[in-house]
Structure formats: C-alpha cells, structure tokens
Design a protein around this ligand. Structure first.
Ligand code: NAD
Length: 308
C-alpha cells in the first residue's frame, strides 16, 4: 500500500480522506525532529509538510521511494525543489488556496496604517487621547505598488481597486501583462517613485533575498507604507527600521520575518510609538483557508497516486 508521511498539522477531514486510500503516518510535531524524518522517509512514497519541515537534500537522498511532496501552503523555500526535480519527485504547493486570506490581511493593514490606527490605539490605551496630534488620511486615490503579480498579487490588485486605489505592479516574469485591466506595469524604480503603499507578493529566491534594502528605501518618494506577507528575507529588516526612523517610510505591516519566531534584537528596535503592525506569519491562515489548503493537498495526493 502507498505510504504517506505527514510531519505538520493537517485537518481531520483531509486526514480521514488520505487514510481511506493510503497507509498514513501522521505526527504534527515531527517537523522538529529532522533526524527522525531522515530515518523514516526511506519507507514512504509521499510526504506532506507545511513551512516548518525543512525538506533538505539530505532528507531527499534518504527518500528512496519518494515520488510526491505536498505543501500545505504556497512558499516552497523550505523545500529543495531543485533536488526534488533532479530525483523526479513532484512538488505540489496549494497555490491560490490561501490567497483570499492574504488579500484581506493586506487590505486591512493598508487601511489601518494609512489611518494610523496603531498610533491612535496605543496613544489612547496610554491615556493620551491623541485626537488632534496625529494626522490620519483616506485610502481612496492613493497608489498601491505590487512587487510580484502572481496568484496573490492579482487578487490584491482586484480587491484594492475596489477601495479606490490606483494599482502599479512590477513582475519581470509575468508573460501576459497586456491581459490585466486596471493595472499599470512599471519598472521597480517607478514602484518606489509613485507608491503610497508597497506590498510584496514574490517568492524568496537567491534573486529576491534582500531585494528591498537601504538603496530601495532611499528611492521611495511618497513615504510609503510597506506590507510584507511574502517572506521576511526579501526585506532587509535593519534597513526597514532605519528607513522608518528616518521618515523614508510612514508605516509597516510585517507578517513574515527573517527569523521566526522573531529574535530579541528585532524586538529591541520596535516601540509603541511606531505606526506598525507585526503578526506571527498568519496572513494566509484562517479557518476557511486552512480547510481549502488541506482539502486541496489531500485531493492532489489522491490524484497523483491514482494517475501513476
Ligand atoms: P505565485 O507563485 O503565484 O506568484 C509569485 C509571483 O512573483 C510570480 O508572478 C513571479 O513571476 C513573481 N516574481 C518572481 N521573482 C520576482 C522578482 N524578482 N520580482 C518581482 N516579481 C517576481 O505566488 P503567490 O501565491 O502569489 O504567493 C507569493 C508569496 O507569498 C509566496 O511565495 C509565499 O512565500 C508567500 N505567502 C505567504 C503567506 C503567509 O501566510 N504569510 C501565504 C501565502 C503565500
């Protein structure tokens, strides 16, 4: 019987679906024991992970019968996809399944930060009643710059057009740029030049690591708000804090970080007088998206092994 190893949380329905067709070994804490995964993996045909399991070259080299890796999420930076490809192992992300949750996070963060809600909230909690000392604005008519225009970037664009935002986007790998309405595709420097809000929707690769750095911040002309739901290392976090402290940007929402959980050195640079929102990698995680992601990967696993 085909054997599937699951090393992180999957919902009960999807687990039952998989158990009806496969022999399943499920331990949601296994991601923290890479040596155990390396030992176990040689018996399995399929592996299902979220973002905490590091599917390394070493694990793949021990996986003599592995044919399929299902990713309960989208980013593939925890999987050595190149080595999987060389070994003929199919890697299946849950593309698009958590996009709606990320879109809502981006829109609500943009609204909150433009309206300076974190500053009003913190000031009011401290008893300062900052009714006239903080200037708030409306989002309509402002420009949203998207870096990365894939499955999430596209949906953010559509949702935010309805909020009255003008959309500009940069994605050097997008082929059908002419098919997109209400979006102007521009060079990266133009994103920096015209955007009041910049939101990142690109994968972490050797090319995109540290893409947004001191030089990028120095080119941002509109004191934009930065929203990062992609991967922490796409932005240089030290440069981001420095840019905020030097008024080059007017706020930031970070859902992803270079180190997760965040290290103390980063916390030391944050204070409650900052127009910022920090969340623990949850923008794509809601009850609804979790159901969609798990069901999608369970279905894709069944389909993959049925077609072999
Ligand atoms: P996707 O693959 O559909 O789209 C990514 C887009 O980025 C592609 O169109 C690609 O051409 C573009 N791109 C690649 N390199 C680029 C570069 N150098 N400059 C500009 N664009 C570039 O992926 P998606 O589903 O839209 O997700 C985007 C990223 O968001 C994922 O890689 C993942 O890391 C992250 N994500 C995070 C969460 C979360 O909970 N925080 C949830 C879902 C996705």
């Amino acid at each position: 019987m085909t054997k599937i190893l699951i090393t992180e949380f999957i919902n009960t329905n999807s687990l039952q679906t998989l158990k009806q067709s496969f022999e399943v070994h499920y331990n949601e804490k296994l991601w923290g024991q890479p040596e155990e995964i390396t030992k176990l993996i040689k018996e399995f045909d399929g592996l299902i992970v979220r973002n905490k399991t590091k599917v390394t070259k070493d694990i793949i080299d021990h996986a003599h019968t592995l044919k399929f890796v299902g990713r309960l999420g989208v980013g593939l930076d925890n999987i050595d996809t190149e080595h999987c490809k060389n070994k003929g192992i199919h890697v299946q992300p849950a593309t698009g399944m958590n996009a709606d949750s990320v879109v809502e996070y981006v829109a609500s963060s943009a609204l909150s930060l433009i309206k300076k809600i974190p500053l009003f909230n913190n000031g009011t909690i401290k008893g300062e009643w900052p009714r006239t000392t903080i200037k708030s604005e409306e989002i309509s008519g402002k420009t949203l710059g998207l870096i990365g225009y894939g499955s999430i970037g596209k949906k953010v664009s559509k949702y935010c057009s309805n909020l009255g935002l003008n959309i500009v986007a940069y994605d050097p790998y997008l082929k059908d740029q002419n098919n997109e309405q209400d979006v102007k595709f521009v060079k990266l420097d133009e994103i920096y030049n015209v955007s009041n809000i910049i939101s990142l929707h690109l994968p972490l690769t050797d090319e995109t690591r540290n893409l947004i750095n001191k030089v990028s911040f120095s080119k941002m002309k509109q004191q934009p708000i930065i929203i990062n739901t992609s991967r922490g290392s796409v932005i240089n976090e030290d440069d981001l804090i420095e840019a905020y402290n030097n008024n080059l940007i007017s706020g930031f929402a970070l859902d992803v970080f270079e180190n997760e959980p965040i290290k103390q050195e980063f916390y030391n640079k944050i204070n409650d007088n900052m127009n910022c929102i920090l969340t623990p990698h949850i923008s794509g995680v809601t009850t609804q998206s979790n159901e969609r992601v798990c069901n999608f990967i369970a279905d894709k696993t069944l389909e993959f092994f049925k077609n072999r």
